[in-house]
Design a protein around this ligand. Structure first.
Ligand code: GTP
Ligand code: MG
Length: 452
C-alpha cells in the first residue's frame, strides 16, 4: 500500500541541543515505547543511529497519524552525544541530516550549544522542529504518560499550564531573536516557513506522538521536494568517528546517505593528508537493542543501503578524519573517485594567511565552523587541522611574528602528553573549549590584554 516506499529513502533526522537537555532520553523514549509495543524486532540499531519504521511510528503517534498519508519507510535518528558537535554531520558541502530536532529544556531555554546548533541549522538551511523538553518538571504537573500534548494539557491545572506557557513563549522569543519565526506547533501551517515548537516530556512520553507526527509531515514534504537519490548506486557517506575496535584495528563509524555499501567494496575515505584508498574487510552493525548498551557486540552484514549507520573495518583507516567523505568506487576508475573526494575536501579547506593563529578541531565540520567564526571575528589563521594538539603545532605557533598570534585554539581536542612539556617551555598560549564562541571570546580577551 505504501507505493513509493522503495523509491524514497529513509530521512535522516539529527537530534541536537545543549548538554543534558534530553536528546538521548528522547530517543530512549521513542525506542523504549516501540519496544514495549512489541516492535523491538522492527527497530534497527545502527552505529550512532536508530531506524524506526513507519508502522512503529504510526503505532506510537496513535490517533495523530494516518499511516496511509505517508510513503516514507520510516525515520533514521542520529543522536549527537554530549558536546560532540553537530557540525560533523556534513555531506557533499551541505548538511548530512535532512531534518533536525532541536531539544531545548523548557526551564533552561537557549544555552550556548543551543545557539551554536541554531547557527549551523541556519547556515545549512536544515528544516527543524523544536522539542521543548521536560514539560513534566513544571510545578504541579499531572503526568499523562504517552499522551498527545493537547490531551495532557486538558489534565493540567490552569496554573501549571500557564507556567509551562510562560517557558514556551520564552523559547519562541529566543528563536525569534535568532531570526526564526516560531510558534506552538498546532498554530503552524507551513513547517518550512515557521518553526514548530512541540512541548513534550522524554520522561513521561507526553507530546512524543506530536513530535513524531510533525517530523513525518516535515520529512515527507522535504524528501519529495529535495531528494533525488539513487538507492542502488555506489554508496556515499560521512565519517562520524574514527575508532579502534579490538580485532579490527581502526574502523570508521559511517552514516550512509546514498546508495549501497557492500562488504569487499573498494572505498575512498578522506584522510589527514591524502584520500585513503582501501578495501572493506567487514561491515559491522550493533546487535539488537537490548545488547548494544551493555556489550559491544557486532553483527557482520553483507551490505547496507541508505540511509544507515554502519561501522566499516578496512586497512589503513587510522588516518581517516571525522566529517570526511566516504565513497564506494564500484565500476568506475578509482582516480575519479579520489578526485571527487579531494574536491569535496577542498571545499572545506580553510583559508590561511602568512600570519595568524593555529587552529585544531575534532572534526572537519567543526574545523569549518571554527574557520567561519574566526573570519567573522577577523582573526587570521596560520594553520588549521583536524586532530589533537601535537608538539608540531606548538612549534608552528611559535613561528608567528606577532605575539598575539602565538596561540593555539583547540575545539573539542586534547593536548597530547608529549606536547605538554613542549608547551611549558614555549611562548605559546593554548585555548581549549567545546563551545566555539566561548573559545574565540577567550582568545579575544587575551589579545586585548596584550594590547594594553
Ligand atoms: P548529552 O548527551 O550529555 O548532551 O545530554 P542529553 O541531551 O542526551 O541529555 P540526557 O538525555 O542524557 O538527559 C539529561 C538528564 O535529564 C537525565 O538525567 C535525564 O533523566 C533528564 N531528563 C531528560 N528528559 C527529561 C524529561 O523530559 N523530564 C525530566 N524530568 N527529566 C528529563
Ligand atoms: Mg546524550
Amino acid at each position: 500500500n505504501h507505493t513509493n516506499a522503495d523509491t524514497l529513502r529513509t530521512p535522516i533526522v539529527a537530534v541536537l541541543g545543549h548538554v543534558d537537555h534530553g536528546k538521548t532520553s528522547l530517543l530512549d523514549k521513542i525506542r523504549g515505547s516501540a519496544v514495549s509495543e512489541g516492535e523491538a524486532g522492527a527497530i534497527t540499531q545502527h552505529i550512532g543511529a536508530t531506524d524506526i519504521p513507519l508502522d512503529t511510528i504510526s503505532g506510537m503517534a496513535g490517533e495523530l497519524i494516518d499511516p496511509t498519508d505517508f510513503d516514507l519507510p520510516g525515520l533514521l535518528f542520529i543522536d549527537t552525544p554530549g558536546h560532540h558537535s553537530f557540525s560533523t554531520l556534513r555531506a557533499r558541502g551541505g548538511a548530512l541530516a535532512d531534518i533536525a530536532v532541536l531539544v531545548v529544556d523548557v526551564n533552561d531555554g537557549f544555552q550556548p550549544q543551543t545557539e551554536e546548533a541554531v547557527d549551523i541549522l541556519r547556515r545549512t538551511g536544515t528544516p527543524f522542529v523544536v522539542a521543548a523538553n521536560k514539560a513534566d518538571t513544571t510545578p504541579g504537573w499531572n503526568p499523562q504518560d504517552g499522551q498527545p500534548i493537547q490531551r495532557s494539557l486538558e489534565a493540567q491545572s490552569e496554573r501549571a499550564e500557564s507556567m509551562l506557557n510562560e517557558n514556551l513563549y520564552e523559547i519562541i522569543g529566543q528563536l525569534s531573536d535568532a531570526g526564526f519565526s516560531a510558534d506552538l506547533y498546532w498554530r503552524v501551517q507551513d513547517f518550512q516557513k515557521n518553526i514548530g515548537v512541540v512541548p513534550l516530556s522524554a520522561l513521561t512520553g507526553e507530546g512524543v506522538p506530536d513530535l513524531l507526527t510533525v517530523l513525518m509531515g516535515l520529512s515527507q514534504r522535504f524528501m519529495k521536494e529535495e531528494m533525488q537519490i539513487d538507492v542502488q548506486g555506489p554508496g556515499e557517506g560521512t565519517v562520524l568517528e574514527v575508532k579502534d575496535e579490538r580485532g579490527f584495528g581502526a574502523t570508521i563509524d559511517t552514516v550512509v546517505y546514498d546508495g549501497v555499501v557492500r562488504n569487499g567494496d573498494q572505498v575512498v575515505v578522506g584522510g589527514q593528508e591524502e584520500p585513503i584508498v582501501t578495501e572493506i574487510r567487514a561491515l559491522l552493525q550493533p546487535r539488537p537493542l537490548e545488547e548494544i548498551r551493555t556489550e559491544k557486540q557486532f553483527e557482520k552484514v553483507a551490505e547496507v543501503g541508505a540511509a544507515a549507520g554502519v561501522k566499516i573495518a578496512a586497512p589503513d583507516l587510522d588516518r581517516a578524519m571525522a566529517g570526511a567523505p566516504v565513497r564506494i568506487v564500484r565500476d568506475r576508475p578509482v582516480e575519479d573517485v579520489v578526485e571527487e573526494v579531494k574536491a569535496e575536501l577542498a571545499e572545506i579547506e580553510v583559508e590561511t594567511a602568512d600570519n595568524g593563529v593555529v587552529v585544531k578541531a575534532d572534526t572537519l565540520g567543526s574545523l569549518e565552523a571554527m574557520a567561519n567564526a574566526l573570519r567573522e571575528a577577523e582573526v587570521p589563521i596560520l594553520r588549521a587541522e583536524v586532530g589533537d594538539i601535537a608538539p608540531r603545532d606548538i612549534a608552528v605557533a611559535e613561528t608567528a611574528n606577532q605575539d598575539e598570534h602565538k596561540a593555539i585554539l583547540g575545539f573539542n581536542v586534547d593536548l597530547l602528553t608529549n606536547a605538554e612539556t613542549e608547551l611549558e617551555s614555549a611562548d605559546v598560549k593554548l585555548f581549549t573549549d567545546d563551545v566555539i564562541y566561548q573559545l574565540i571570546e577567550e582568545y579575544e580577551t587575551f589579545v586585548e590584554e596584550k594590547q594594553r
